[in-house]
Write a protein that binds this ligand. Structure first.
Ligand SMILES: [Mn+2]
Length: 327
């Protein structure tokens, strides 16, 4: 890993203009690591742009005060095409920024991928991937410390903390280790106020999101003698509660909260298919399950998008495959 770190340090020193992106429907780890990296490079006198496929969700807009985030439209193509360096963070597949993946491919920019997910696509010149870290923000922290330990300002620390806190499920998911806490301690020493970040992310919700949650909890079904739970959200619940797919954020926690459940599934009907989130406890790997549906992710958390099936058909199929896997 030190080899890649030193290569990236060289890139930071020699390139002038950077474009940074992340995955569709970005979470706090995605936006947090983007704005931390952008701010770091900007403070080094670099030209930096963050361009995302999706809009920033409301509860993460506070992070864009650290560094602005632009939503992709074709007028940004020339920026992407002429950048010296293109950095993808918190995803390793151009499919997850498909709106401008072809422009990125055309661009002669040096391409870097910084991520913590399994099985990356071939598109970058430099991969810095550690699937053992719970958050891309934690990996980015290690990179920034390596490049210039003194340049992690309070706003950068805030952004990294937001990413680590949320991707570890508030420091409880299996990959949270002493290293995570050591890093978090250092971020606090740099001025992060945990309650401030918590408040921004978790105490700024809208009532419609709670109404959506109510309907989502009611929808939970149990299968395979209580080993599998499934939350099923048809499009109608979003119009009924005046909410959107982006509001489904942390609902996966609830399907796993049930005693005896080892695989939790969340199904969201999209305009062009069904989004499935897979979660598991302990040694059960849902990544292999997600792969059967052209998805992927981590051992205990993965996702896929199923096209060409109605919601109920997708639910039945995934539950069948999950039962088979558990057999
Ligand atoms: Mn992440």
């Amino acid at each position: 890993m030190k080899e890649q770190f030193s290569q990236l340090k060289h890139i930071f020193e020699t390139k002038q203009s950077f474009v940074i992106t992340t995955h569709v429907n970005p979470d706090a780890d995605a936006i947090g690591s983007e704005v931390a990296l952008a701010s770091f490079l900007h403070n080094k006198g670099k030209q930096v742009k963050i361009v995302n496929q999706s809009e920033t969700p409301d509860h993460l807009i506070f992070l864009t005060k650290i560094f602005p985030v632009e939503t992709y439209s074709s007028h940004l193509d020339h920026h992407i095409l002429k950048a010296d360096c293109f950095i993808v963070i918190d995803t390793n597949s151009p499919k997850r920024f498909s709106a401008f993946a072809d422009i990125v491919q055309k661009s002669k920019a040096y391409k870097v991928c910084i991520d913590h997910h399994l099985e990356h696509d071939q598109f970058a010149d430099l991969y810095i991937i550690d699937t053992e870290v719970p958050a891309a923000s934690e990996l980015l922290y290690r990179i920034l410390v390596y490049v210039d330990n003194t340049s992690i300002t309070k706003p950068i620390a805030d952004a990294l903390y937001a990413g680590i806190m949320t991707d570890t499920g508030s420091f409880k998911f299996p990959k949270t280790d002493s290293e995570t806490h050591t890093i978090t301690a250092d971020l606090l020493a740099r001025g992060v106020n945990p309650y401030e970040i918590y408040q921004e992310i978790f105490e700024n919700g809208a009532i419609n999101k709670l109404h959506l949650l109510g309907k989502a909890l009611e929808s939970i079904e149990m299968h395979d003698n209580g080993k599998i739970s499934a939350m099923v959200l048809p499009r109608s619940v979003f119009s009924e509660t005046n909410s959107s797919e982006a509001d489904v954020d942390n609902f996966t926690n609830y399907v796993l909260s049930i005693k005896g459940v080892i695989v939790g599934l969340v199904f969201v009907e999209l305009s062009d298919g069904v989004k499935v989130s897979f979660r598991s406890k302990g040694d059960i790997s849902v990544n292999t399950l997600a792969k059967q549906f052209n998805g992927g992710g981590h051992k205990n958390a993965a996702g896929a998008r199923i096209k060409g099936l109605l919601l109920r058909e997708a639910v039945n199929l995934v539950i069948e495959k999950t039962k088979l896997m558990l057999r």
